[in-house]
Design a protein around this ligand. Structure first.
Ligand code: PLP
Length: 477
């Protein structure tokens, strides 16, 4: 592709993207393709000869676009609703062109230092102290896995050299709540602690970890010769966005010298709001913490901000410089490869920098506050309706509830089936995409608000669709 062709196709593509970002709601939000439709529509072998870009784009439109579930659609209210905002899209475009690989400071001084600057900006915006050093990973799952490695490094002498299969290393334990994201499970599996080393502490009726039961569990383990190495409280759990009592948990961690890793992947951004700053109370005492700008800060997937007050421990676990990567600056600069498994890393800070500058903190706060307001509106409509039942508090922008017409006296099994059908009916509309979860065994409908173009009209629409679809349910039939 010569530069004239690049310009031409680039301009066409930018036009396509601009149209898409403005009108993504012209597509059904949840893809309607069936499994293997995409595979079957594409040739088995790569082309031997060049193909015109226009033809590739035609296939993109014809075959791939129908197979897209539109996360950048204002009716996307499943899981956590996210946004690939325009400045973030431009930054990723530029990042691909620059093709920076910031393993060493010298392989990209700009990417290395911009990462430090933008993560410093974000840290101050959410009110974390300067003692936290930041590094960007792709996802919170990977960030958390690194935190567990650091906790292991801090707790077990010589673990890097000698591993865990030794007579002088007791069984290790990690603690989280029964609401914690499955990435913690995967982290203990990946780090070789074994899934059984993870203790899921029961949550209270607000789905917050019970600090008293955490204390008991740690005491029980210590009495049996098990070594507690990490506790993972969550600020904004996946199902209900509940906030664990981080301060109480920090007291327990300090008492037992256990690493505290705060999973603020979703909820951390809300601490930008003075009204919600308290949600990170106690997090300043964490050993590490993760916030996902790709969840609720309008950043195209993927960008996860990991912070630690003990990055020296992370470096002790991971610094390993083969001959070919030795540099004269070593010691006087940050080499990002020293803070994790990954060697190469792309220029992700560019998109966070462009987003923070393009919107400015005031507008970002206003967007987050609006999402929280919209969730509160929906919660109020649900509470006022006799046939709907809210199943969790709404501390942030996710509402959990179910259809439950009390007069019909439905069994739990009937309610589960009816609510599953309700989600299916709403999703068939193509206008809104919802997902479900289970809370205390009950099938729970979730409405997650977080896309930049989601307005009150969209929230009214989802409520209307829920009412209309529930009138079609026939749970006893
Ligand atoms: N933590 C929480 C609370 C989550 O809800 C999720 C995903 O939704 C994760 C961590 C994992 O995020 P990622 O996809 O960045 O690994």
């Amino acid at each position: 592709m010569n530069s004239d062709d690049f310009r031409r196709h680039g301009h066409e593509l930018v036009d396509w993207i601009a149209e898409y970002l403005e009108h993504s709601d012209r597509y059904p939000v949840l893809s309607r393709v069936r499994p293997r439709d995409i595979v079957n529509a594409l040739p088995r072998d790569a082309p031997e000869d060049p193909e015109p870009f226009a033809e590739i784009m035609r296939d993109f439109e014809r075959i791939l676009v129908p197979g897209l579930t539109h996360w950048n659609h204002p009716g996307f209210m499943a899981y956590f609703a996210i946004t690939g905002s325009a400045p973030g899209v431009l930054a990723d475009f530029l990042s691909a062109a620059l093709n920076q690989q910031a393993m060493l400071w010298r392989t990209s001084p700009a990417a290395t230092e911009l990462e430090e600057v933008t993560l410093g900006w974000l840290r101050r915006l959410v009110g974390l102290p300067d003692a936290f050093e930041g590094v960007i990973y792709d996802t919170a799952s990977i960030a958390t896995m690194h935190a567990i490695v650091a906790a292991r490094e801090a707790a077990v002498a010589d673990v890097r050299a000698k591993g865990l299969a030794r007579a002088d290393v007791p069984p290790l334990a990690v603690y989280c709540s029964d609401q914690t994201h499955s990435s913690i499970d995967k982290a203990v599996i990946a780090v070789g602690l074994g899934h059984e080393s993870l203790r899921k502490i029961p949550s209270n009726d607000r789905f917050e970890m019970r600090a008293d039961l955490l204390r008991e569990a740690i005491g029980r383990d210590l009495a049996q010769g098990v070594l507690p190495i990490a506790v993972v409280p969550t600020v904004g759990t996946t199902s209900t966005t509940s906030i664990d009592p981080v301060n109480d948990i920090a007291d327990i961690c300090a008492e037992h010298r256990v690493w505290m890793h705060v999973d603020a992947a979703y909820g951390g951004a809300a601490a930008m709001l003075p009204s919600h700053r308290h949600m990170l109370a106690g997090a300043e005492r964490a050993d590490s913490l993760v916030i996902n700008p790709h969840k609720w800060l309008f950043t195209p997937f993927d960008l996860s901000a990991f912070y630690s007050r003990r990055m020296d421990v992370m470096r002790a676990a991971f610094t390993l410089t083969p001959e070919y990567l030795q540099t004269t600056e070593a010691g006087s600069v940050r080499n990002l490869m020293d803070t994790g498994v990954q060697l190469g890393r792309r220029f992700r800070a560019l998109k966070l920098w462009m987003i923070l500058r393009t919107y400015g903190a005031r507008q970002l706060r206003a967007l987050l506050a609006e999402h929280i307001r919209l969730a509160a509106c929906l919660a109020a409509w649900i509470d006022a309706h006799p046939d709907f039942e809210r199943l969790a508090p709404v501390p942030l922008s996710v509402v959990c509830f179910r259809w439950n017409p009390r007069a019909l006296r439905l069994t739990e099994a009937q309610l589960d089936a009816a609510n599953e059908r309700l989600v299916q009916l709403v999703n068939e509309s193509g206008e809104i995409f919802l997902s479900a979860t289970r809370l205390r065994g009950r099938l729970t409908v979730r409405v997650a608000i977080g896309h930049i173009r989601t307005t009150e009209a969209h929230v009214q629409r989802v409520w209307h669709l829920l009412l209309q679809s529930s009138s079609q349910l026939n749970p006893t039939g």
